[in-house]
Design a protein around this ligand. Structure first.
Ligand SMILES: CC(=O)Nc1ccn([C@H]2C[C@H](O)[C@@H](CO)O2)c(=O)n1
Length: 109
């Protein structure tokens, strides 16, 4: 717990929303359900592998695709239809996903 040995990637276009602390969840498949609550994870862009911040994992919970709702969409800063379309595109046919809640770790000034 609490180490920074793990890493997560996000699409480059999401970077401003994550490093400003506005986006507070991500929904992933089982291959990314291993993050431990309390751990600090290094955040990189998927496209260039550039590190741009750290996050603290708050929780990882199973979520059926059919149970994705407006609260998830709000936390993702997307509309519900945009979020569902995006997830269908990334994880076609996947019924069971995982919602990873996190908070931005602020850099000391
Ligand atoms: C490899 C991979 O799947 N990478 C992903 C998956 C998801 N995201 C973002 C897109 C949405 O905002 C949420 C919901 O999954 O997470 C991502 O940036 N990279």
């Amino acid at each position: 717990m609490g180490n920074s040995s793990s890493k997560i990637t996000f699409f480059q276009w999401l970077r401003p929303l994550i490093e400003s602390g506005q986006k507070t969840i991500t929904i992933r498949d089982e291959s990314e359900s291993h993050y431990e609550p309390g751990s600090i994870v290094s955040v990189h862009t998927l496209e260039t592998d550039e590190k741009f911040c750290d996050i603290e994992i708050l929780s990882v919970e199973a979520l059926r695709f059919e149970d994705i709702n407006d609260t998830h969409a709000r936390q993702e800063l997307l509309s519900l239809s945009e979020l569902k379309a995006l997830l269908k595109d990334i994880y076609p046919g996947e019924e069971l996903l995982y919602v990873i809640s996190y908070r931005l770790v602020e850099e000391p000034r």
